[in-house]
Design a protein around this ligand. Structure first.
Ligand code: PLP
Length: 398
């Protein structure tokens, strides 16, 4: 086996589970309640403390968090939301579950993030909310979006599935820059509960509504009952809700993962710096890292590089194949949602000469997770150079 093959396969993202996580789950399994127990609120409080938000509702996945957020904002038939096409389908799908329509804004071609100027042009009488997605963990321009939302009396939502720990002008994403921020705890994300998610808000009314919808629309507070209570067993289903609960077993894992989040985030940022240094030193203008900004810190869920495949005379598929042969998994984030047959049929052909097109054509996500060693990061960069037929970039000290 040659040197390239001797390394373990490096996926583009993976979970970070250790013995303390396993012990926390075992302890929860031995506890009196494995679902609807005390660890749910404990995990919610832990998330609020970490992010600086007032309220959290944890749910069974990030898509459910989006669905509850939109539902709590009364988004429904006849409403439109404006979002980015450079996201996972869930951001858009959750609006469609409620019968709302979408308008897809353009993005900055070098960051992949939604452009507030494009959002502003799409606002109409049906617009109810703007939904920002911090692509790869890089915060969007929240102040600009907040101004646009406020001027037009719109809700502002953050799909922050990629952005646990990211900051914008010194404030954590999820701390109240938007009316609701949603997170995902899928294994490739910063913190995992197997499957899981959360919606955070500083608005008590939205929190109560999301809690109720998470559990079949059930109301247990006597002062809120529509009918007279006949006794202590009584509860009311006041609207159509769902079962989107997260178990105590998962919350135990979430709490244990949350303890390690600061160190894991630090490691992601060190890895990103190493990638950036080697890429900018070695590849020239046709291979650059996702744009960065002085006023925001990415949480680096992903490490996207932008490669001008046309200028280099190679296809993305060839590069991905070569990297795979060298033991490296890569991924494209994302095929624009508006290009997916379901959406294209509804909303028509997206423009080719757009920031979305320019970003999508060039993007490739390299491995990014806290367990990557410096040597593995170097191996990825060297392998990329080989895949592109370029000289190996200079090494940097560890
Ligand atoms: C941007 C974005 N939004 C929403 C989701 C949905 O999260 P989940 O898979 O937990 O339902 C994801 C998951 O990949 C995502 O990347």
């Amino acid at each position: 086996m040659d040197d390239e093959r001797a390394q373990a396969f490096l996926p583009y993202g993976r979970q970070n589970i250790d013995e303390s996580d396993i012990e926390a789950v075992i302890a929860a399994l031995k506890g009196p309640r494995i679902t609807q127990g005390p660890l749910v609120e404990e995990f919610e409080q832990g998330l609020c403390n970490y992010l600086g938000a007032d309220y959290a509702t944890v749910v069974c996945n990030g898509t459910a968090a989006l669905h509850l957020a939109y539902a709590a904002l009364d988004i429904g038939p006849g409403d439109e939301i404006i979002t980015t096409p450079l996201t996972f389908a869930a951001t858009a799908n959750a609006a469609r579950y409620l019968g709302a329509e979408l308008r897809f804004a353009d993005v900055d071609p070098d960051s992949g993030n939604i452009l507030p100027s494009s959002v502003a042009t799409l606002i109409g009488p049906k617009t109810k909310a703007i939904v920002a997605v911090h692509l790869g963990g890089l915060p969007v321009d929240m102040e600009e979006l907040r101004n646009i939302a406020d001027r037009n009396h719109l809700w502002l939502v953050e799909d922050a599935a990629h952005a646990l720990g990211a900051t914008y002008r010194g404030r954590r994403i999820g701390s109240g820059l938007a009316d609701v921020a949603t997170f995902s705890f899928h294994p490739v994300k910063h913190l995992t509960t197997g499957e899981g998610g959360a919606a955070l808000t500083n608005n008590k009314r939205l929190k109560d509504r999301m809690d109720q919808l998470r559990h079949h629309g059930v109301e247990r507070r006597p002062e809120k009952f529509a009918k007279k209570s006949p006794g202590r067993w009584y509860y009311e289903v006041q609207e159509l809700g769902y079962n989107y609960r997260l178990t105590d077993i998962q919350c135990a894992l979430g709490l244990s993962q949350l303890e390690k989040q600061p160190a894991a985030l630090k490691r992601r940022r060190i890895i990103a710096e190493r990638y950036r240094t080697r890429i900018s030193a070695g590849f020239g203008d046709n291979v650059v890292a996702q744009r960065s900004y002085d006023d925001r810190q990415s949480a680096y869920h992903l490490f996207p590089v932008l490669i001008d495949f046309d200028a280099l005379g190679i296809t993305r598929d060839e590069v991905m194949e070569s990297l795979e042969r060298q033991g490296i998994g890569t991924q494209v984030h994302y095929i624009p949602v508006s290009w997916q047959p379901y959406y294209q049929e509804r909303y028509g052909q997206p423009q080719a000469q757009s920031g979305v097109y320019r970003y999508y054509q060039r993007t490739l996500s390299l491995p990014m997770y806290p367990g990557l060693s410096d040597e593995e990061v170097d191996h990825v960069v060297d392998s990329l150079a080989r895949a592109l037929g370029q000289q190996l970039p200079a090494k940097v000290a560890s």
